[in-house]
Design a protein around this ligand. Structure first.
Ligand code: SF4
Length: 443
């Protein structure tokens, strides 16, 4: 069944706004007590008192129950506007509502549809963050997701003179992202483990732990230990995000996950000093060694490198991809894979701020790289598609600069941000990206 057929024959026959993610999927930030049903609707707060007596309310919030009632009645919840905009483009438009529903069995969709909207449903797919503890402070991250970023703001004050950052990512410590001290008991984390022990370990198809750096959180190790001591009790597919930095305890990870076949997701989009500049805290050699240790162990279902495509990674992205292909040649096509996710925020770090001539140079490098690998049996279909999508994105004709009003603001912020980033982090933009020196000095 094609995606469009699925929309028309399955989803729309239940209701023209039905989406199974509202019942079966969630992201829950246990540090801030926020949840959302997918990454599009704005996150909202979970009641900390209610989850003490009913941990299922971590997901089954009043907000989601109201949204479900609307979907059952064929009405559109406002928070899902991302999908409605796409569907309003035409009768045949396929939005994320399709992709987020298709992953579940059709009977499960009927079960959800026939359940009263205020029923507390058990999740099938879940992404959780226990806290924002992280030893990195990457340029495109912010204090909401990293204690090191929060410490930078605490120590050096807010970034000054940024005019395009309407969300104020770099001007305060985002204390609402961590409502409880690490040493305090957190009702959201208690509720998660209570729900995990009773129901979730049976119903979840997939659990992905994100952060911060999850492997620096004691709660992640507690969960891994649960899997180890309860082998065979849960069929949940476990996935862990990790920056695989120097401080991550790889020995403990290998020993604790032996025989578990988990997926490990790690972020990087450049090599060497350029990678270390973008992802402050990373030591390139240690990251690459850690990836090799995990590959050598052969005990992971897959290592997935998530590349966040920003203006600065393009100088060495092709070399990172080459490195990944060499690992594939050594360890197998599916042992390691990559995705290229184009950064949208903060928008002044987007590749679209680069001068046209430089974009053409970077684009040509990727064209050359893809021409070499496109027919290889070691590259996956989505990897070819992601690379081609980025090549198209870098085409100055297909994706022009932001509008004339926005561009000066973005260029101002690019210069302002990296000047202050250099001072705070002891880095040197011009030395790291010499090919951008003239342009950078002109900003
Ligand atoms: S309708 Fe769209 S935005 Fe809403 S939960 Fe489903 S996939 Fe997410």
């Amino acid at each position: 069944m094609t995606d469009l057929e699925f929309r028309k024959e399955v989803l729309d026959k239940l209701s023209p706004s039905f989406c199974a993610a509202k019942w079966y999927n969630a992201t829950i930030w246990l540090g801030s007590g926020q949840t959302t049903s997918c990454h599009h609707p704005p996150a909202h707060l979970v009641d900390p008192d209610q989850v003490r007596t009913n941990p299922r309310l971590l997901h089954n919030t009043d907000q989601k129950k109201q949204d479900r009632a609307k979907m059952l009645a064929g009405e559109r919840p406002a928070g899902c506007e991302y999908c409605w905009k796409i569907e309003d483009m035409g009768m045949d438009a396929v939005s994320d509502r399709v992709y987020k529903s298709k992953i579940y069995p059709i009977e499960a969709l009927h079960d959800a549809f026939n359940t009263l909207p205020n029923t507390d449903v058990n999740l099938r797919t879940l992404e959780i963050a226990f806290d924002r503890t992280c030893q990195f402070a990457c340029s495109y991250c912010n204090p909401a997701f990293s204690t090191t970023w929060a410490n930078d703001i605490r120590r050096n004050g807010p970034y000054q003179n940024l005019v395009s950052d309407g969300r104020n990512h770099f001007t305060h410590t985002h204390d609402s992202a961590q409502l409880f001290k690490i040493t305090e008991s957190n009702p959201y984390i208690d509720a998660f483990f209570a729900w995990w022990e009773t129901d979730l370990h049976r119903t979840l198809m997939e659990l992905r732990i994100t952060g911060g750096e999850p492997l620096m959180s004691a709660h992640t190790w507690r969960l891994i230990d649960w899997f180890r001591s309860n082998q065979g009790k849960s069929h949940t597919r476990l996935a862990i995000n990790s920056n695989l930095g120097t401080e991550v305890d790889i020995d403990r990870l290998l020993a604790s996950t032996h025989g578990m076949a988990i997926d490990l997701y790690t972020s990087n989009e450049a090599i060497s000093t350029q990678a270390e500049y973008i992802r402050d805290g990373l030591v390139w050699d240690d990251w690459a060694n850690n990836v090799e240790r995990l590959l050598d162990s052969g005990q992971f279902r897959g290592i997935h490198v998530m590349c966040t495509i920003n203006a600065l990674c393009l100088s060495t992205l092709d070399q990172l991809l080459e490195c990944i292909m060499n690992w594939k040649l050594e360890y197998g096509k599916d042992a390691i894979s990559f995705t290229l996710n184009i950064l949208r925020f903060p928008s002044f770090q987007s590749p679209l701020v680069l001068p046209d001539a430089q974009r053409r140079v970077y684009r040509q490098r990727l064209i050359t790289w893809l021409a070499h690998w496109a027919d290889s049996e070691f590259i996956q279909e989505h990897e070819v598609n992601h690379t081609q999508r980025l090549i198209d994105y870098l085409d100055v004709v297909k994706t022009p600069h932001s509008d004339a009003f926005e561009m000066p603001k973005l260029l101002n912020d690019f210069r302002q941000f990296y000047t202050q980033y250099d001072q705070r982090r002891g880095k040197n933009f011009i030395k790291t990206f010499p090919e951008l020196k003239e342009w950078y000095n002109s900003l």
